[in-house]
Write a new protein. Structure first.
Length: 394
């Protein structure tokens, strides 16, 4: 079966001509994303099949038999915890110096084996720090002002100074009009919230592929490696901010694989780009050595450290992050408290911030108290994060 696409090609003379491209059915290949480390909870195997441009979601490879064996013959079973996603017992971790091989037998009878990969000693994280500076903008002709977070890594031996980085951000969400009060329809009273909805916490993991090597340096150390830049119009540094860093110490072959993968993904994608060959990983199909297998079995020594930065850390340097949701100043509303207590007021995603400062206005019928209302995005920090404070937070 063939499918025909119409592609418009822009000519140098500004003409636009349709070009018909026949796309044949793509060959389905197994994609293996697998990781084994020395840290608990970070061992997994993800199996899915490649899919064509006409499809939107991959088919997960469920029902596979997944094992990892070490160079001493010890075997560990990875159980399927969700479609196509396999994990071992939570107590299992890799051991530094031991070599491991991945074995996958899919439901259709194909068997896949990786090469044996050694788990290298984790790196030493020397320092995590931030530096206030301006960088040339990627979206405009000007500069972006913000904080660049960097890490220093010390070598642990004389070989394999290659790293893949992951990081986790935890930070406070501070709302200027977080709700302090709430209406109880049962008692028909306005109660004080405990806690108020002004302070929440947000967690996000790094995205994309971040790799580094010190192979060309004499001492093997990595200095001032940039991980993430936070501009002053972003919300992360309004309050307290924590950055957790995990450098995965990987083999030379793994680094080369990720480097090629990164180059492929960051290609401009034009017709005039140099066409790159298929990425060859460390996994092969035992039944059919010519069948393509995508992905990599990564075995890595991982260290982990974090640093918490207080709000205003770079204020003396001139860094003033924009106030989060300044527009809330113009979105305050008031309602007669008597109408709320009578139960005939529809909040409609509005939250009670507090009583109005001029709350006592004497009228012939008594006190007409006003209550301040704010929309959900200004009054409920749970819209952005969680009230639960991270375990390591001060």
């Amino acid at each position: 079966m063939k499918r025909v696409f119409i592609i418009s090609i822009i000519c140098l003379s500004s003409c636009i001509e349709p070009y018909e491209v026949e796309v044949k059915d793509t060959q389905k290949a197994l994609v293996i994303d697998a990781s084994l480390t020395n840290l608990p909870g970070r061992q997994f195997v993800k199996l899915e099949y490649s899919f064509s441009l006409l499809e939107t979601e991959p088919e997960m490879a469920s029902g596979a038999l997944v094992n990892v064996v070490d160079d001493l013959g010890n075997n560990v079973l990875f159980s399927e915890v969700s479609p196509g996603y396999y994990m071992p017992d939570s107590s299992f971790v890799g051991l530094v110096g031991r070599k491991y091989q991945l074995s996958v037998q899919t439901f259709d009878g194909n068997e896949y084996l990786s090469e044996f990969e050694e788990l290298l000693e984790p790196a030493n994280i020397k320092e995590i720090y931030g530096r206030f500076l301006s960088l040339r903008s990627e979206t405009s002709d000007g500069f972006d002002v913000g904080v660049q977070f960097l890490v220093d890594i010390d070598q642990v031996d004389q070989e394999n100074h290659n790293y893949r980085f992951e990081y986790t951000e935890d930070y406070e969400i501070l709302l200027p009009y977080g709700s302090m009060l709430e209406f109880n329809p049962t008692t028909r009273l306005i109660d004080r919230r405990n806690p108020p909805l002004s302070l929440c916490y947000f967690k996000q993991e790094s995205q994309g592929l971040i790799i580094a090597t010190a192979g060309g340096q004499t001492n093997g150390n990595i200095r001032e490696f940039p991980l993430i830049f936070i501009a002053e119009n972003q919300r992360e540094l309004i309050g307290k901010y924590s950055l957790t860093i995990r450098p995965y110490r990987i083999s030379n072959a793994a680094y080369q694989y990720y480097s090629d993968l990164k180059e492929n993904n960051e290609s401009a994608g034009s017709f005039f780009d140099r066409q790159k060959g298929a990425l060859i990983g460390n996994i092969r199909n035992i039944n059919d050595p010519t069948a393509p297998v995508l992905g990599y079995f990564e075995v890595a020594g991982v260290s982990e450290d974090y640093k918490i930065f207080d709000a205003g850390t770079w204020q003396d340097d001139g860094y003033y992050p924009d106030l989060f949701l300044e527009s809330c100043n113009m979105r305050l509303d008031t309602v007669r408290t008597a109408d709320i207590l009578a139960g005939n007021f529809d909040f409609n995603n509005m939250y009670i911030y507090n009583f109005a400062p001029t709350e006592a206005i004497i009228v012939p019928l008594g006190y007409n108290v006003l209550t301040l209302l704010v929309p959900e995005i200004c009054g409920d920090c749970r819209y952005y994060g969680s009230l639960k404070k991270p375990a390591f937070w001060d």
